[in-house]
Design a protein around this ligand. Structure first.
Ligand SMILES: [Zn+2]
Length: 417
């Protein structure tokens, strides 16, 4: 029975893992329902559930309804999301978002701390260390149930080496910063805890996969447009794309208008993110104002606070300038998305970030634009949808990666003594 280390043989490990995963997929489950799905006998499944209950991974969930034949009411079981937890942190250009996540991506102790003016690496690491200690301190189990700490970074990051390659929002961090090593040095409680880092857009794609509109979708991508940047997280055949040098998803710097596009933060001209940025729309609106054009965007000849949602709202009210701005940005969105569709052929594109506020009329414009771009004779059945997740999506996605790593690679089963 043992494998020489008093453990359980590999094929049985896999069977237990399969039963556990089936239970995780259901709210509650009974042995009679798990046996055919796992192709194991009821007796075997029951033994495995007993072990999982003993280990604390599965809990009894009372009795179900009796069967049509009037048999006994079956005992129900459910996954225990409090078996462990993850500390998940998202560093945005303006703030640190940190929370604890249970194993079903339920967040607690969520807090958003503005970064302020101290943006150097040492100050940010100190903020992160403070958040990690805060969450550890609030957990009665402390480190005992901590399965990992994950940090989602803006800019380029290499998850396999644990480094921040470059962050356009934190210039003075420099290049190829060994972020995870530096964090571990500063928080001694993390000495033996698995740490994870990646570009936030990749984690945000994971969030849609576990808790958003891409559940069960194998080929999809998310596009996140924040006020200062745009990036993507791409899943192909159920696998997250990272690429040769962790550049996969850096679509914000795809050149879409090299002829007269504005200069981008990266130094090039006509990048996708520059063409659809709120900054560019604001500049177009300003030009119109200087030329004497009337719009509800202008009060007493001055432009009030400019944001995408307002432009969309006024466009809906028939404001001519706002209508033109939305047409313009939807057109460039269609150009960018057309290129991505032809290279990755996704089934679904999920739009996150500031354009979610733009509403259905914006999506309609983008879809119309897409029909005219790239292989016009090919029917493009790709769905384009807005994300329903809020600012916590990076934190949820980061936790999802740690949880999936734990169940797929680290969890192994031992018979209870
Ligand atoms: Zn650029």
């Amino acid at each position: 029975m043992g494998d020489g280390e008093g453990g359980i043989k590999a094929h049985k490990q896999n069977n237990i893992r399969q039963v556990l995963n089936l239970i995780r997929e259901h709210e509650t489950a009974a042995v009679a329902e798990l046996a055919p799905k796992s192709r194991l006998s009821k007796t075997t499944v029951k033994k495995m559930i007993d072990l999982l209950v003993c280990l604390g991974l599965v809990q009894s969930a009372g009795k179900g309804l009796s069967t049509d034949e009037g048999g006994k009411k079956p005992e129900l079981f459910r996954f225990n999301p409090a078996y462990g937890y993850v500390i998940s942190i998202h560093v945005t250009p303006e703030a640190i978002l940190a929370a604890a996540s249970d194993l079903s991506w339920g967040l607690s102790q969520f807090r958003k701390t503005p970064v302020g003016l101290k943006r150097d690496l040492e100050s940010i690491l100190a903020l992160l260390a403070g958040e990690i200690r805060r969450i550890l301190g609030a957990k009665a189990s402390g480190r005992e149930k901590l399965l990992g700490v994950v940090v989602a970074l803006p800019g380029l990051a290499d998850s396999s080496r644990g480094i921040s390659i470059y962050s356009p929002h934190y210039h003075d961090w420099g290049r190829n910063v060994p972020f995870l090593d530096l964090l571990r040095e500063r928080v001694e409680e993390l000495a033996a805890v698995p740490l994870f880092v990646d570009c936030v857009n990749r984690y945000q794609a994971f969030a849609e996969r576990v808790k958003g509109v891409a559940v069960g979708v194998k080929n999809f991508m998310i596009i996140d447009a924040i006020t200062v940047g745009l990036g993507a997280g791409i899943f192909l055949h159920g696998e997250l794309m990272r690429g040769h040098q962790s550049l996969s998803g850096e679509i914000g710097h795809m050149t879409v208008n090299p002829v007269d596009g504005p200069r981008c933060n990266c130094g090039n001209h006509g990048c996708f993110e520059a063409m659809v940025s709120a900054n560019r729309l604001r500049a177009l609106a300003d030009d119109a104002r200087m030329n004497g054009e009337q719009s509800l965007l202008f009060q007493n000849g001055k432009m009030e606070d400019f944001d995408i949602a307002r432009v969309c709202e006024l466009s809906g009210q028939g404001d001519k300038l706002c209508r033109r701005l939305i047409d313009d940005v939807a057109r460039w969105f269609a150009v960018g998305l057309g290129n991505i569709i032809l290279t990755n052929d996704p089934e679904l594109i999920v739009i996150q970030g500031q354009y979610v506020k733009a509403g259905e009329c914006f999506l309609k414009h983008v879809r119309e634009g897409l029909r005219r771009i790239g292989l016009p004779d090919v029917e493009k059945t790709v769905r384009i949808e807005f994300s329903a997740l809020g600012e916590e999506r990076g934190v949820i996605g980061g936790a999802a990666v740690v949880i999936s790593d734990f169940f797929a690679k680290r969890l192994s089963f031992k018979e209870k003594e």
